[in-house]
Design a protein around this ligand. Structure first.
Ligand SMILES: NC(=O)c1ccc[n+]([C@@H]2O[C@H](COP(=O)([O-])OP(=O)(O)OC[C@H]3O[C@@H](n4cnc5c(N)ncnc54)[C@H](O)[C@@H]3O)[C@@H](O)[C@H]2O)c1
Length: 255
């Protein structure tokens, strides 16, 4: 789909990879709504973006509050062509440790934040996209979710995060099939270690260790590199139903 003149809802857009994607969309002539936590820098980021970008505070684990924020953003934008979602995160906890078995409530909280919230956002973005007139390729919109390479090779202590991100990867093709007849594509990006707000403060030595198994380049990814793949996905009608690794050939080792 064309980015010029498009409208996007960018969840997690106050920082990192989603912010870089919002910047690229606005630069290429799109309009964006930034959804992020109330305490985030969303308002500041939206103002700096220009192009009439507005901030809609919401916590994605408040599913009803997120529904209201998405509906308000869709109504203000007048249409939704692209959905980007990066809100997420994990905890470090093993299946069994000296403290006992992994607490179920903590496992569920990670699944809520990454998997249930991603589905909630995607289903509501899809609803908004159904109101679009199809473009010359029959397309109404593209939904982009964010997993992690931990979906495929989670490290020790990432069991909840791996399960949640694997859930996102697992629902991508099914959702694309569900929405195909509506002209809506669905994709997921699975990044390796990226230099964002989430990883801010990781000591260089640790970052070097976590990227040493990459083929090339052996470094953290930059938010703009996520945005470049997001744009390629939006613009290319043949890209659908897959989870693309964005990882410099990295495979996580057990720790
Ligand atoms: N940075 C990495 O190394 C890396 C690697 C693989 C996957 N990921 C995934 O990328 C996403 C994080 O993006 P980033 O790395 O650009 O980090 P980031 O911290 O720079 O940006 C994430 C944004 O999401 C927002 N957010 C977090 N929880 C939220 C919630 N409950 N409700 C609303 N907004 C919320 C944050 O406020 C932040 O602005 C996560 O889904 C993470 O699992 C990150």
């Amino acid at each position: 789909m064309k980015i010029q003149g498009s409208k996007a809802i960018v969840v997690g857009g106050a920082s990192g990879m989603a912010r870089a994607t919002a910047e690229l969309l606005v630069r290429d002539g799109g309009a964006v709504a930034i959804l992020d936590r109330p305490g985030s820098r969303g308002a500041e980021v939206a103002a700096a973006l220009g192009g009439g970008a507005k901030f809609y505070p919401c916590d994605v684990t408040d599913f009803e509050g997120t529904e209201k924020a998405i509906k308000a953003a869709a109504s203000d934008l007048g249409a939704v062509h692209f959905g980007v979602n990066t809100a997420g995160g994990g905890i470090a906890k093993r299946t069994m440790s000296k403290d006992g078995p992994h607490p179920l409530d903590q496992f569920r909280a990670v699944v809520d934040l990454n998997l249930i919230a991603s589905f909630n956002i995607a289903r509501l973005q899809a609803e908004a996209m159904t109101r679009n007139q199809p473009d010359e390729n029959g397309e109404r919109g593209v939904i982009l979710m964010t997993a992690s390479i931990a979906a495929f090779e989670g490290q020790i202590g990432q069991v909840a995060y791996s399960a949640a991100k694997a859930g996102i990867a697992g629902m991508t093709l099914t959702m694309a099939r569900d929405l195909g007849s509506l002209g809506i594509r669905v994709m997921t990006i699975a990044p390796s270690l990226f230099d964002t707000g989430l990883t801010h403060g990781i000591p260089q030595q640790m970052a070097d260790g976590l990227t040493r198994d990459a083929a090339f380049p052996k470094r953290m990814g930059q938010p703009r590199e996520y945005a470049l793949l997001a744009r390629a996905i939006f613009e290319n009608p043949m890209i659908n139903g897959s989870t693309y690794r964005l990882d410099a050939g990295q495979r996580f080792s057990p720790r």
